[in-house]
Design a protein around this ligand. Structure first.
Ligand SMILES: [Zn+2]
Length: 196
């Protein structure tokens, strides 16, 4: 068994003070750092995604430029490539990250599987190459990119656990619904206490 960790979109724009702040986002960043410090051997690979949008387009309708965002499919401008908002939160230690994934250049992209490494590798290809069978998922936001990434991981045949103390969502109602949907799809809802 080879277990990997997905760290989804723990970026300045998705944490307190950012363009699209998720309440509890900074605590998720520091919590993930503690997890990796306490369990340095728990994961064979650590894949971290960043939303990474163009600054000169609406990224396929993802940015609400001329209207109010609906916070479902249209959003305030966020995570523009090369800006501070697109960087990892400073409390997330990046030392353990083995693969950095960028997604959303010119398009909406919620799942880590839609992104690529700087060498153009997809997560699906990397999981196969690395022999990964099990994935723990942490990060932001529960009701959007954590949800989409988890569904894709299950689709790729992975055994998936969501560490529910290390995620945070945009809205409570949709986050609760997302976790129910993911559990129904086969994800195990666990906490970081289960990591060893
Ligand atoms: Zn985005």
């Amino acid at each position: 068994m080879t277990r990997a960790l997905f760290i989804i979109d723990v970026q300045n724009d998705f944490t307190e003070g950012g363009a699209l702040a998720v309440e509890g986002g900074a605590a998720v960043a520091s919590g993930i750092t503690s997890l990796l410090e306490q369990h340095p051997d728990a994961y064979g690979f650590v894949y971290a995604s960043r939303d990474w949008h163009e600054g000169h387009t609406d990224n396929g309708g993802h940015f609400a430029l001329d209207a109010e965002p609906d916070y479902r499919t249209t959003w305030p401008v966020h995570c523009v490539a090369g800006t501070v908002g697109a960087e990892y939160h400073p409390e997330l230690s990046t030392d353990a990250i083995t693969h950095h994934i960028r997604k959303g250049e010119g398009i909406p992209a919620y799942s880590i599987f839609e992104g690529v490494t700087e060498n153009g590798e997809t997560v699906g290809a990397l999981l196969a190459e690395h022999g990964v069978t099990d994935i723990d998922v942490v990060g932001l936001a529960t009701d959007h990119c954590v949800r989409a990434s988890t569904l894709d991981a299950i689709e790729h045949g992975q055994h998936v656990r969501i560490l529910t103390d290390l995620i945070a969502g945009v809205a409570e109602e949709t986050s609760t619904a997302a976790l129910a949907e993911l559990a129904h799809a086969g994800a195990v809802l666990a906490t970081s206490e289960s990591v060893s």
